[in-house]
Structure formats: C-alpha cells, structure tokens
Design a binder for this molecule. Structure first.
Ligand code: GUN
Length: 296
C-alpha cells in the first residue's frame, strides 16, 4: 500500500480562510478586531522565525498583532508586569509567551500568570485541568491541528486504537486527552515503554511527537494505519541540511493508509490553530457565538 498524503499546508489554508471569515464578521457586526500579543524574550533564532511568522499570519487574517520583544536579561518581575498589562488590555484577546524562556525565568510561573481566557497556547494549569475533565478550554495548538486533520480524514474516531509516542505537556499529553475525548482507546508511549514496536503495531492512529529524527520505521506501522508526524528535525544528509519528522516517511508510507509529510503536514496547522484559538477567545470574551469546527 502507498499511503495517502495528508496535506497540512492546504488544510491550514482552509482553517485560515475560516478564521478570516469570522474576523470579518466580528468587525462588521460587532465592531471588534481580535488581537494577539506575542511575547519573545531573548534572541533564539528559531523562536524569532516563529514569532515573525505568527505576526505575519495574524495580520493576514485581519487580526491585530502586538509583538513584545524583550531583552534576554529581562527580569521575572518585568515579564510578569507585562503579562499583567496584557491581561488587562481589552484589545488583546490572546497572549502567547514564546518558549523556551531563558533559564533564569520560571516557565510555569510565567505561563500561569496569563489570564486563562487569553491563554491561546492552552498551557495554563486551568486549561490543562479543563481539558482533562472534558470541559470547554483553550486547547494547545499542535494537538488541536492533529485532531482536526484526523477528524477530517476519518470522520468519527470512536473506538479507534491510538498510540501517542511522547509525553510532553505541549503535545503528547494534550493529544492523548483530545483522542480520549473523541472516544479512542489511548496509549501514551515514551522512552521507558517496553517493546515499543509491538505497542505501536496495535495502533489505528499513531501520533509521533518525540523529537528524534526518523525513529519510527515502517514495520512498526499496522497496514492501513494513519500516521501523524509532529517531529520537525533538522539533519545533515548527503552534505545538505534536510527537515525530517519522527517517522521514516519512505518506509511508513508503504504500510500506512495515510500519513502527514514533513515539512507540509502538522507544522502549518500549528499557527493556523493559534489564529483559530485567538478568534475563539475573542468570541468568548465578547459573548459572541464562537466559530464551529475551529475548536475541539
Ligand atoms: N515553542 C515551541 N512551540 C511552542 C508553542 O506551541 N507555543 C509557545 N508558546 N512556544 C513554543
């Protein structure tokens, strides 16, 4: 079997179009422009690229983008003061603090200082708890994007065996909660899992989010399974720099029924879902009906 490629780039474009439609309606009918504030501390090159891309896509869908670039030596007190100011700014509906933060800043403390209603990353402890108990919450962007692609491909996920490889707070754990919410039987596998190949072979859905280049070979994948590759790893091959995922795309394409490529799979969905979360947060803050199909 040669797997169908799930085109995340095209799907992300449809999500952005929906977001832009809702933004236009909010402006016209409610005189509201959704606003997203992104805070970057320091000059990590990868983070700078992400933040620029977020700002550009935010304005492209008609929302306001507020960028706050702070010196690498910014104190915790100053960062918390900025978050407090953004929490109290009615023009700001979403706040994202780019991670990782410099070592002297306590990430948990900073994330939990964000108003949960504006926490478009879904990392605040309140949102984690709401998601875990099946209540309305802000949902982390990457797992939300994966869920949207899975629902689009399968319709219902009910009763499917899902294996999530990786237990991070950003992807693995919330992904597992979302799949459970859609009535999958969910296993979270990780570096200490015994006989990982056999565990993965049970899966109708495999979500790989470990950050190890091409660690999942095709013979771990059940015939016809759907493979969602969250990994973005930069490797050197044949003297060139190449982006690869956490699964070996060539061999997994032989056994999978459908698979996301890297690049062009999960990656573009993350920022699209950030925009979706910002519109959702804006609608909730203003008691306006929130868009359908853009939340979990
Ligand atoms: N750094 C890498 N991914 C993310 C993300 O999804 N959100 C934030 N805030 N920082 C990140």
């Amino acid at each position: 079997m040669t797997a169908q490629r799930i085109d995340g780039k095209a799907f992300a474009a449809t999500v952005r179009e929906k977001v832009a439609g809702h933004v236009a309606r909010l402006k016209e009918e409610n005189d509201i422009i959704p606003g997203l504030a992104v805070v970057l501390v320091g000059e990590d090159p990868a983070s700078q690229v992400y933040v620029r891309s977020k700002g550009k896509q935010t304005t492209e869908v008609g929302m306001n983008s507020y960028e706050h670039k702070l010196d690498v030596e910014t104190s915790e007190a100053d960062l918390l003061a900025l978050i407090d100011q953004l929490n109290n700014d009615a023009k700001v509906h979403g706040i994202l603090v780019q991670l990782p933060l410099p070592k002297h800043l306590n990430e948990n403390l900073v994330i939990n200082a964000i108003d949960p209603a504006k926490d478009v990353d879904g990392f605040h402890i309140s949102n984690v708890g709401l998601l875990g108990t099946g209540q309305k919450s802000m949902v982390p962007c990457t797992p939300l994007g994966c869920l949207m692609m899975l629902r689009d491909h399968h319709g219902s996920l009910s009763g499917m065996e899902a294996v999530v490889i990786g237990r991070s707070n950003i992807v693995g754990k919330p992904m597992a909660q979302l799949l459970l919410g859609d009535s999958c039987t969910v296993t979270i596998a990780h570096s200490r899992t015994k006989d990982l190949p056999e565990v993965v072979r049970r899966a109708d859905i495999v979500v790989a989010a470990v950050g190890r280049p091409e660690m999942v070979p095709g013979d771990w994948i059940k015939q016809g399974a759907t493979v969602i590759d969250v990994g973005i790893n930069r490797i050197e091959r044949d003297g060139k720099t190449k982006l690869v995922g956490d699964v070996d795309f060539a061999s997994c394409s032989e056994s999978a029924g459908a698979i996301t490529p890297v690049p062009g799979g999960v990656g573009p969905m993350t920022i699209a879902c950030l925009l979706a979360n910002t519109v959702t947060a804006c609608c909730r803050a203003n008691d306006v009906a929130e868009p359908e199909g853009l939340t979990a």
